[in-house]
Write a protein that binds this ligand. Structure first.
Ligand code: CA
Ligand code: CA
Length: 365
């Protein structure tokens, strides 16, 4: 019994008007990765949120580029967001991604012909630190290479000043050709130093969603919930659901997949909302469900500001609705819901998390 999984979709509605969900993309139906934008350029390159080859989870970022003439890239949004408030200077940063190549041009003589991973750091004035991004070449010594971790060397990236904006990109230079998949992006301080965090580095959640997955959020390519991501394997409505996979015997950490902040009108103290999710999770170990560390469920967090890049987390309270699933044989979808009450008048927004507790495991659907 190696695999446990839960698939779900989330809904938030005002209690008196439960028909309209306030969560953008609560059903995981965007078909596009969170946090990453495809820039295909003018060479005819085709960029897809791919499922044909992945290093982990359910998706990778793929570039197919048959022609020279213009660059193409996937580029992230600003990683200085949520609880990351800057990228500290003086940290030995490890950066990169897992890469798989097929039929690329070999032995380019300059960056125009290279495939590269880049990290873009900006200072407090918005200027690009050092004037150029930190660039890491993809191995083009052979036309095709299976998945490998393409990372920088020790002491090769160490910011001279704090960064207040950081983007990552996966690029094909103007003269580069072939097919490359990028997955499991890496951004972490070496020797245990905190370097902030990159977001949706596994590229497995879709627009409007983010996650923290143990042991350390996903920053070094590590996941205690391998296989987690948006999937077409099963769904309650539409084409997609979110699958959270908990392997039996995994390390005891948690996984949370969270929404962006959702605005709450001013002076809403006492106003009630319904949060609900259709969940399917079967074959749970019923004998262990009395232990709350085996639960799944959802968490809400109240904020006194909407999230903005570099503007902090702004939490002013929250709560959980965790549940054990005991009908391990019915193999069906079930709706779980809770009523949230706005705790005070400083609240301006709420965010929601789907959550798997530290010991949660089950059997895949
Ligand atoms: Ca759906
Ligand atoms: Ca992935």
């Amino acid at each position: 019994m190696p695999i446990g999984a839960v698939v779900l979709l989330l809904c938030l509605a005002v209690a008196a008007n439960a028909q309209t969900s306030l969560i953008p993309n609560g059903g995981f139906e965007s078909g596009k990765p969170s946090f990453w934008t495809a820039e295909a350029g003018t060479s005819g390159a085709v960029l897809t949120w791919a499922t044909d080859q992945v290093k982990g989870g359910t998706h990778s970022l793929k570039i197919v580029k048959a022609q020279t003439g213009a660059m193409a890239r996937w580029i992230s949004a600003n990683n200085v967001r949520y609880w990351v408030e800057n990228i500290s200077k003086g940290v030995d940063i490890k950066v990169g991604a897992w890469v798989k190549t097929s039929g690329v041009n070999t032995n380019p003589t300059d960056d125009n012909g290279r495939w590269q991973i880049k990290a873009w750091f900006y200072d407090t004035t918005g200027a690009l630190i050092d004037g150029v991004p930190f660039a890491l070449n993809v191995d083009q010594s052979a036309a095709s290479r299976d998945w490998y971790a393409d990372t920088n060397g020790v002491a090769s990236l160490n910011l001279p000043v704090d960064a207040y904006k950081m983007k990552m990109s996966a690029e094909a230079g103007p003269n580069a050709t072939g097919t490359v998949w990028f997955d499991t992006f890496i951004f972490i301080g070496r020797a245990g130093a905190w370097a902030g965090q990159n977001w949706d580095g596994f590229v497995d959640v879709d627009q409007g969603w983010q996650y923290w997955i143990g042991p350390i959020g996903g920053n070094d390519g590590l996941s205690d919930f391998g296989g987690t991501g948006v999937t077409t394997e099963d769904k309650h409505l539409g084409n997609y659901s979110l699958k959270i996979v908990g392997n039996v015997g995994r390390d005891q950490n948690e996984a949370v997949v969270f929404t962006e902040t959702i605005p709450i009108p001013a002076n809403s103290k006492g106003k009630q909302y319904v949060v609900s999710a259709w969940v399917k999770a079967n074959g749970m170990d019923i004998a262990q469900l009395a232990d709350p560390q085996y639960a799944i469920g959802f968490t809400w967090t109240w904020h006194n500001k909407m999230w903005e890049d570099g503007n902090g987390w702004n939490e002013v309270g929250g709560g959980d609705y965790m549940f054990g699933i005991t009908d391990s044989t019915t193999n069906g979808w079930r709706q779980y819901s809770a009523i949230l009450t706005v705790p005070d008048s400083t609240v301006q927004a709420v965010s929601l998390r789907a959550r798997a507790e530290h010991k949660w495991t089950g059997i895949s659907y």
